[in-house]
Each structure stands twice: as C-alpha cells, then as structure tokens.
Design a protein around this ligand. Structure first.
Ligand code: C2E
Ligand code: MG
Ligand code: MG
Length: 570
C-alpha cells in the first residue's frame, strides 16, 4: 500500500523532473552533445544542432568526425583518447557547419562511464565563440599584416627575423636579408595620386613574391620598403640570383590605367651570421647596403661590405664625439670675407664652422654637419655658432665698421625644432646691444621648399625683429625664382657651381646676369660665392653683382686675420 502510494507520488515527481530536465536541455543557451564509445552522436539539444545548421534528428546517429575537417579529426581522435583515459577538459575546437562555414566553439567535455565503470562515451557543453575568434583574428591580422598588400608588416617581420636567426643558429645555416626600396616611387605617387601608387605597390609585392620561395618571408615595412628573409642557406650563391631577379622584375614597366610607369628598385643584402650577430644590426646593415645601391645609381643590388661596416661604426663614433665636442670646446668659427665689388672693401663675413677633432684633426662641415643634423645636435651646435658670431659682429661693429655684418648658416633641421630659438637669439642680440641688422641668417632653398608654415613664420619673425635673410647656394637645388618671392629676403647668394662656369660658357654668364637683374627688381642684393679668379670677379662686377666671396679674396680665416685683411683693404 505504502509502496503504491510512493509509486503514485514518485510518478508525478519523476514526470516533473523529466520535464524540468527537458526544459533545461532544450532551452539551454549552451549546446549539449553526447557521443557513445564509438563516437556516434547519441544526443544533441536543439541549440547544438542549430549552431551547426542542422535539425537535431539529422545529427543523431552520425559520427563525430562528420562535423569537422581533416585537421580537426586528428585533434578529435586525440581528445577521445583522453576521454577514454577518464580525463575531463575545456578546450577550443573548430567544427564545420552544414553549409561548410566554420564554427569555433569552446567545449567542456566529460567522459561517461556505465555502472561497471566502463567508458561508454562523452558529454560536451558547447559555446559558440566564432565571433570572438574572428574579432581576435582580425585584431591579430591588423597587428601583423599590411592592409594594402596582405604581406607581413614590420611587427611580424621582426618576429620572423628573430625566429629565422634562431633557426639558423640551430641548423648552422645562414640567412640573407634583402632590403628593397623602390626608386622614384614618390614621384609616381605625387604625379598619379595615391590610388595608383597603391596599385603599384600591390603589383610590386606580387613581383617580388614571384622571385622568392614560398618559405621565404616577404614583408612590407612601410611606404615603398620591402624586406625578404631568405633562410636555410648553405652559401651566398643563390642570393645573388634572387636579388638580380627582383631588380629585373621591378625594372619592367607597370601598367597603371592608361599609363605605363617605370620605377626600379635598389636592393641591399646583409647576411646572418657573417655580417651581424644581432637582428637590429642586420636590418640596419641591409638598409645601408640599400643606400649604397642607390648611391651607385639605383636599379641594382649591393652587399653589405666591410667598408660599409666601417661607415656604420664611424657614424656611431661621430655621434658620441659630437656630443662631447660642445662641452670640450672643440668647435671653432672661421670667417670668410664678403667683398663689395664696387669698392673692393670687406663689408661682411660668413661664419663657417670647423671642428678640431682630438684624433682626426680639423674637420670641415661636410664631414660632420650631416651627423649633427641626423642626431639633432645641430640645434645646440648652431646655437653656439650664432652666439659666437653675434659677439664677433659686435666687436667688428666697433673695430671695423658700424655697418659690418656677420652671416650665419642655419639648416632645415634647426628650423624644424625652432620653437623658442627666434626669441632666444633676438634676446641675445638685445642683451649685447647689437643692432639686429648686423646679423644675416643664411638658409638654403630646401628650407623654403619644405613649405612648413612654421618655417615661413620664423623667417618672417627674424625679419620683423630686424635680422636679415640670405638665400644660400642659389642655382643648385630647384633654383626657383618663385622662391625669391615666397618670403621676404635681403640677399641671394649665387652658388659656386654657377660662378665657376661663367668664364667659359656665355650662357652661364647670361643666366647670372638675368638672376642679378631679377633679384634687383625684387629689391634683393646679390652675393656671388666661390669666386676664385680675377676674371670671374670682373665679369660679375660688370654684370652688376653687389658682393663676392671666394678664394680670390681669402679663404675662411680666423677672426683676427679677417680683421687685419679688412683694415688693409680700407
Ligand atoms: P656655404 O654656406 O655655401 O659656405 C660656402 C662654402 O664654400 C664654405 O665651405 C667655404 O669654405 C667654401 N668656399 C668659399 N670660397 C670658396 C672658393 O673660392 N672656392 C671653393 N671651392 N670653395 C669656397 P665650408 O666652410 O666647407 O662649408 C660648407 C657648408 O657647410 C656651408 O656652405 C654651409 O652650408 C655649411 N655650414 C658651415 N658652417 C655652418 C654652421 O655653422 N651651421 C650650419 N647649419 N651649416 C654650416
Ligand atoms: Mg652659407
Ligand atoms: Mg653657399
């Protein structure tokens, strides 16, 4: 009786429980998937079937392996082995949906055992993480690949280079790093626009890829710079062939819309381990070799050589020496007289920097200014020169001539970091009680060409404060007459390369005359640079040139010698 009541009561409770389980299983947000010992699907809930694009009935009775690709099958087999060994685990896994697309899932899987403890299958709770995987993958792609060409970017390249050098160490093989830079790409980009430039880059990437093995890493570092890692080399023999192929392929015309465009490539090659022991060096050396290829005329490749190595070491040394030079007082300023052609009197002097290097002797600007510019030290050095020159101008204003002017060179790099400099220099002149027109700032055309608004501003500011401006080396760069009017200038200096030809070539003289006439119309005075002969001096004087500077009068001199010369002339 009692047992009957129990059974009667247990009946509805069991039914309620069953209903509850059914609800949980059917409405669960997670997929539930049960397989037997032979990996045949014995149960899936609707959510699980839905994730894979099936109806539940379509899945029952099918092998687990039916829902994955070959790689997945191998992994699943190992997973099932672990289940047999009684191991539960959480893992990520890729299934294939009915329509062939991928389902990335996170699984919590548990083995099931019968009453006798024998393995009888497994039960998995499955969550769909496809979206998360995709956005992770997207972020990863973004961080590691170049959007335009789909090639590995600098980040990925750096990783691969590390890996490949380690592999080379283990396998005692070598690798070659090719640094490829397109020649004249910027011109194409400027002329035809960025869209065409992009097309050219994609095509260039394709051409480079066609020259290397699939196992080599081709990367785009940015702009028109590509790198290739050729790994597992026994010798340097094959490298040459590949470099030649890359140069050859890129020299062929690119069809861009209507146009057929020619660019070429300069390739630098550095070898690991012979050239460098560390990957950053390897990249820097391949880059230097690329520059050597460019300097040798482009459209070619160049190896990193011991000479280039010397240059690299030199540059490092130079930078640290330069830092010390200011505090050690190793700089000197020489002054080259600038003579008024009408009277033959010294009216001005250009301050020209020299470096008395402790080991290498007296250095000319061309030997160290480029380093000073690339390291930014030119700002501090230029500041020192300016103050030196200002004090000298003050002395000569008293001793030689109240109108005497000293000219100071200022490079583009100095302008780029100019913020407070104009103010500082103006303050310093005021402190000395020096009339500002005692100083002239010499700039090269490139400074105007950079066109940065703040440069035009600081030039205007100099003039507003009464300093004078000279355009240096006119006739070398773009020699655009438009530049003579883009900012208010006081002088234009005709470059030595021009002056040196006026004796032989009538056309050069005619050009000089035209520049002088033009400058005068614009209210500028003209200084001829590098005048070396009396004939040049006479021709320039006849052409109406106002001033001249050059060895015919004097080379750059120590201040005292310039003063003596100026006295003699008067
Ligand atoms: P620059 O301003 O055009 O200076 C004229 C250069 O021509 C000087 O070379 C001078 O010695 C040289 N020169 C003068 N007369 C003759 C001549 O008759 N024949 C020949 N062949 N050369 C002559 P330097 O002193 O070697 O200076 C080279 C350049 O270095 C200068 O060209 C200037 O651009 C730069 N520089 C010099 N000092 C400074 C400085 O303090 N700061 C900056 N930023 N640049 C400087
Ligand atoms: Mg100059
Ligand atoms: Mg010059």
């Amino acid at each position: 009786m009692r047992s009957e009541t129990d059974a009667q009561e247990a009946g509805p409770r069991a039914a309620a429980d069953a209903e509850r389980y059914r609800r949980i299983v059917h409405q669960a947000y997670e997929g539930i998937w049960e397989i037997d010992a032979a990996t045949v699907t014995t149960f899936v809930n609707p959510r699980m079937a839905d994730m894979l694009g099936y109806a539940p009935d379509e899945m029952i009775g099918r092998l687990l392996a039916d829902f994955m690709d070959e790689e997945g099958r191998q992994i699943a087999q190992r997973n099932v082995e672990r289940r047999r060994a009684g191991i539960s685990e959480r893992h990520e896994f890729k299934f294939l949906r009915k329509d062939g697309t991928e389902l990335w899932a996170e699984l919590a899987t548990n083995p099931m055992h019968d009453a006798g403890g024998k393995y009888c299958g497994a039960l998995a709770f499955v969550s769909d993480i496809t979206e998360k995987r995709q956005s992770e993958e997207l972020a990863w792609r973004h961080a590691n690949f170049d959007d335009l060409t789909g090639l590995p970017n600098r980040h990925m390249f750096t990783d691969r280079l590390e890996q490949e050098t380690r592999k080379a160490d283990r396998g005692e093989s070598m690798l070659a790093l090719l640094f490829i830079d397109l020649d004249h790409f910027k011109e194409v980009n400027d002329r035809l626009g960025h869209a065409m430039g992009d097309r050219l880059l994609v095509e260039a990437a394709r051409r480079i890829a066609s020259c290397v093995r699939a196992t080599d890493t081709l990367a785009r570092l940015g702009g028109d710079e590509f790198t290739v890692i050729l790994s597992g080399l026994d010798s340097t023999a094959g490298v040459e062939r590949i470099a030649q192929a890359v140069v050859g392929r890129l020299a062929q015309p690119f069809a861009l819309g209507e146009e057929s465009v020619f660019v070429s490539a300069s390739v630098g090659i550095a070898m690991y381990p012979p050239d460098a022991k560390h990957t950053p060096d390897l990249l820097a050396f391949a880059d230097q070799a690329m520059y050597a290829a460019k300097n040798a005329g482009r459209n070619r490749y160049s190896y990193f050589t011991p000479e280039l190595q010397c240059v690299a070491r030199e540059r490092q040394l130079m930078s640290s020496d330069l830092r010390a030079a200011i505090t050690q007082g190793e700089f000197e300023v020489l002054y080259q007289p600038i003579v008024a052609l009408a009277s033959g009197e010294v009216h001005k002097a250009e301050a020209l920097l020299r470096w008395r290097h402790p080991r290498r002797g007296l250095l000319e600007p061309s030997e160290f200014i480029p380093y000073a510019e690339s390291t930014g030290l030119i700002v501090a050095i230029g500041d020192w020169v300016f103050r030196q020159a200002a004090r000298q101008a003050q002395e000569w204003k008293r001793a030689l001539d109240p109108q005497f002017q000293v000219c100071v060179n200022k490079s583009a790099v100095q302008f780029r970091r100019d913020a407070e400099l104009v103010q500082d220099w103006a303050d310093y002149i005021a402190e000395l009680g020096l009339p500002p027109q005692s100083l002239t700032i010499e700039i090269k055309e490139g400074v105007l060409f950079e066109g940065a608004a703040n440069i035009a501003d600081s030039l205007r500011e100099y003039r507003r404060r009464g300093l004078q401006l000279a355009l240096d080396d006119f006739g070398t760069g773009y020699s655009s007459l438009a530049h003579l009017t883009s900012v208010q200038l006081d002088y234009v200096k005709i470059d030595r390369s021009f002056v040196s030809r006026i004796e032989e070539e009538g056309s050069e003289l005619a050009l000089c005359e035209a520049i002088i006439a033009m400058a005068h119309k614009l209210g500028l005075e003209v200084v001829a640079e590098g005048v070396e002969t009396r004939l040049q001096q006479a021709l320039l004087a006849d052409a109406g040139c106002d001033y001249a500077q050059g060895y015919v009068f004097a080379p750059p001199l120590p201040a005292a010698e310039l003063a003596a010369l100026a006295h003699r002339q008067r």
